[in-house]
Design a protein around this ligand. Structure first.
Ligand code: PEP
Length: 247
């Protein structure tokens, strides 16, 4: 049985004060029936982890593919581990789109995260154009395949996958539970071709306009093991309601 995970990606939103209030509200009503993690902007990680890290898991939205060195503006996986982070996103569609991150680069980031004891959440998903052209399967299999090829299947004992159709992120348009389930099943069977036991234990999250009113039906699907939540993770009542749906 895979335990569900609900992860809140705050992106580049909020202030230190709003971040502290949001985490305090989550911790005050902390769900124990599922795993919960939040991904604040970099500058807020340290104070939040110092105050709430014993109770709530934290993650970063990105990490460098390098260990250290002259890479202005980058943050390494070892630094994130040092702050007390448990998770890191790899290949979020906004990184792929605005920072031109390739499948190969993302695979290198997954390696660095694992080397430093972080759990990477590998994001895959097709754009609207790719979706409308019927290319969903090709795209997500290519994105996942690159990491399997580069890192080997064994890493999926620790890597979490998130299927996030780009056309559903921040748009209010969600993949139907059936559609999301079919893509999740496909990703799991791609993992199973390499190792059925690992595929069965790998958590595959869904992300893309998950809200309190659609979370339960998405999470009820066999291969949906929780959610990666953007907009709704910025409001404690909505985020907690989504967590409540993750049995
Ligand atoms: C995301 O940022 O990964 C995301 C899924 O955002 P939203 O929930 O707002 O669609």
């Amino acid at each position: 049985m895979r335990r569900k995970l609900v992860a809140g990606n705050w992106k580049m939103h909020g202030t230190r004060e709003s971040a502290e209030k949001l985490v305090a509200a989550i911790v005050a009503d902390f769900p124990t029936h599922c795993d919960v993690a939040v991904f604040p902007p970099f500058p807020y990680l340290v104070p939040l982890i110092e105050q709430h890290g014993a109770k709530l898991a934290f993650g970063a939205q990105d990490c460098s593919e390098h260990d250290d060195g002259a890479y202005t503006g980058d943050v390494s996986a070892s630094m994130l581990k040092d702050t007390g982070c448990r998770y890191v996103l790899a290949g979020h569609s906004e990184r792929r789109q605005y920072h031109h991150e390739t499948d190969a680069l993302i695979a290198c980031k997954v390696v660095k995260a694992l080397e430093h004891g972080l759990t990477p959440i590998l994001c895959v998903g097709e754009s609207l154009e790719e979706h409308d052209a019927g290319r969903t399967v090709d795209v997500v299999q290519r994105q996942l395949g690159k990491v399997i090829e580069h890192c080997g299947i064994a890493v999926f004992e620790r890597v979490i996958v998130a299927y996030e159709p780009v056309w559903a992120i921040g748009t209010g348009r969600t993949a139907s539970p059936e559609k999301a389930q079919s893509v999740h099943a496909l990703l799991r069977s791609q993992l199973a071709q390499a190792d059925a036991k690992i595929a069965n234990s790998t958590r595959i999250l869904y992300g893309g306009s998950v809200k309190p009113d659609n979370a339960a039906e998405l999470f009820a699907e066999n291969d949906i093991d929780g959610g990666l939540i953007g907009g709704a993770s910025l409001k404690a009542p909505d985020f907690l309601a989504i967590c409540a749906a993750a049995h």
